[in-house]
Design a protein around this ligand. Structure first.
Ligand code: F6R
Length: 249
C-alpha cells in the first residue's frame, strides 16, 4: 500500500482529484468506481471545476457506485442516487445513462447484485475506484463480520454505521437497516484503488487497514492484498499508525 499523509482534508482531496484527472486524461473512456459520504465531496467539487474549465470531460466515462440503501427510492432525499446527482452528476458533462448505482428498490437483491457485477464486467472492469472508510473499517457497506461476500449483495448495516449516518437523516430510527453493496471481490477487482480517510474518528480503522492483520473483522484490511492501493489520509486519521515517518504533503 502506498500511504500518503496530508496536512488536512483539503490537501488530501486536491491530491485525489489530481489522480482522477490524470486517469481521465490518460483514458477518457475510463470506468470509475465512486463512493458517497462526506469524504469524497471536495474531490467531486474539484472534478466539477476541472470539467468546467475543460481540463477533463466525462462524456465517455462510465461510473459504478459502491452502494445504496435498501428500501430507498432513487428520489429519496437521502438516497445515494440523489447524493451523486447533487454532488457530481448534475454538474458535469456525463451521460446519465452511463452512471450506475445499485437499485435500492430491487425486489430480488441477489439478482440485482449479480446483474450489477455483470455490468461492471461488461464495461471492462473498474479502472479507478475511490473508497471512503467506516470508523469500523467497512468499505462500501462490507461490515465487519465472520465472513465477507465476493459479489454485490444485500447486507444489514451495523448499529455503528447507522449511528454514523444518522447525521444525514432526522434520527437513527430513520436510517435504513439494510443496504446493497459491492462485495469485497467487486471492489478488489478494480485495477486501481484510492482509499481516503480524514479525522480522528478514522484513526483506528486506518491503523487496521494499513498495519493490522488481514481479517474479515476489519474489511478494509483485505486491501493489503491488492496490487495498487493508494491510501490518502490527514494527520488525524494517521495518528494511530505505528510507522511515524510519513512526510506531510
Ligand atoms: C459510501 C460508502 C461508505 C463510506 C464510509 C465513510 O458510498 O460506501 O463506505 O465511504 O461510511 O463515510 P464518510 O465519508 O461519510 O465518513
Amino acid at each position: 500500500m502506498n500511504v500518503l499523509m496530508f496536512k488536512d482534508h483539503e490537501a488530501m482531496s486536491r491530491y485525489a482529484a489530481k489522480l482522477f484527472i490524470d486517469q481521465l486524461q490518460t483514458d477518457p473512456q475510463s470506468v470509475l468506481g465512486l463512493a458517497t459520504g462526506s469524504t469524497p465531496i471536495e474531490l467531486y467539487q474539484a472534478l466539477i471545476r476541472a470539467n468546467k474549465s475543460g481540463e477533463i470531460t466525462f462524456k465517455d466515462v462510465t461510473t459504478f457506485n459502491l452502494d445504496e440503501y435498501l428500501g430507498v427510492a432513487a428520489d429519496h432525499p437521502e438516497s445515494y442516487a440523489r447524493f451523486m446527482r447533487e454532488h457530481l452528476f448534475d454538474a458535469i458533462d456525463i451521460d446519465q445513462a452511463n452512471t450506475h448505482i445499485p437499485s435500492g428498490l430491487a425486489i430480488d437483491p441477489v439478482k440485482e447484485g449479480a446483474d450489477y457485477d455483470e455490468k461492471i464486467r461488461q464495461a471492462g472492469g473498474i479502472d479507478l475506484q475511490v473508497l471512503g472508510l467506516g470508523g469500523n473499517a467497512h468499505v462500501g457497506f462490507n461490515e465487519p463480520a465472520e465472513s465477507l461476500s465476493n459479489q454485490t449483495h444485500a447486507t444489514q448495516l451495523t448499529q455503528d454505521t447507522r449511528e454514523a449516518n444518522a447525521r444525514f437523516f432526522g434520527s437513527i430510527e430513520e436510517v435504513p437497516t439494510e443496504a446493497i453493496t459491492m462485495g469485497m471481490g467487486s471492489i478488489m477487482r478494480a485495477k486501481k484503488i484510492i482509499l481516503m480517510a480524514s479525522g480522528q474518528a478514522k484513526a483506528k480503522a486506518i491503523q487496521q487497514t494499513v498495519e493490522g492483520p488481514i481479517t474479515t473483522q476489519a474489511p478494509s484490511s483485505l486491501l493489503q492484498l491488492h496490487p495498487d492501493v493508494t491510501v490518502l489520509i490527514d494527520e488525524a486519521a494517521g495518528s494511530n499508525l505505528k510507522e511515524t515517518s510519513y512526510e506531510i504533503l
